[in-house]
Design a protein around this ligand. Structure first.
Ligand code: SF4
Length: 197
């Protein structure tokens, strides 16, 4: 292989790496848990959100349900909240992110999915849920608004399309692209807006 061929090979490799990175970024934007088709003999529920059990969510003394999987064939969703507590007459999902340093859209998305599942499978609509963030277990209330649920509708539609083989769409952020090591080669790179004079 000549020098030109070697350069072409490296360029092709970079392109593949960039595409892989972009696809991974898109995937983790929505949730940090793995979403995948459930391939089970009796359950074909589509998207699954998995989370680990948390022994203490700074919720000591608050009545709660036993931890369990929520599986909806109707919505093609399933998930396992870290806790479901009883508060103000409602069942409220709680998700613990012990390593979180700040709020992320994907945490909110995960909680909104749990609210959907509880509404269908427990028969009452949670008006909010809690995210418990970081080592200090800071509890943040997330309202279950129609606007947020419309956003989840859109996210789920896009994710299902990708699972069905449609090309993933990049949603780059200029601040992240500015520090990205492969920005020079990335066709999806977002530029910082130029200051107006
Ligand atoms: S330049 Fe931006 S879009 Fe491209 S890989 Fe880096 S962070 Fe992602």
């Amino acid at each position: 292989m000549g020098l030109r061929g070697l350069i072409n090979s490296i360029a092709e490799l970079d392109h593949q790496v960039i595409l892989l990175v972009v696809m991974i970024i898109i995937a983790i934007i929505v949730i940090d848990a793995l979403l995948s088709r459930v391939e089970h003999s009796s359950l074909t529920t589509g998207l699954t959100i998995k989370s680990v059990d948390s022994p203490d969510l700074a919720l000591e003394g608050i009545p709660r349900l036993a931890i369990k999987d929520y599986i909806s064939e109707t919505q093609e969703l399933s998930g396992r909240p870290d806790a479901v507590i009883k508060e103000n007459g409602f069942l409220i999902p709680v998700e613990h992110k012990p390593l979180a340093k700040k709020m992320r859209d994907r945490y909110i998305a995960q909680l909104l999915i749990y609210m959907r599942l509880i509404e269908e499978l427990e028969g009452t609509r949670p008006p909010y849920g809690y995210l418990v963030l970081g080592k200090s277990a800071r509890r943040v209330k997330i309202s279950n608004t129609p606007e947020r649920q419309r956003w989840i509708d859109q996210v789920l539609t896009e994710m299902r399309a990708v699972l069905d083989g449609e090309a993933a769409k990049a949603t780059p952020h200029p601040a992240k692209c500015a520090g990205c090591q492969v920005a020079e080669f990335c066709e999806f790179k977002a530029e910082r807006p130029k200051p107006t004079t």
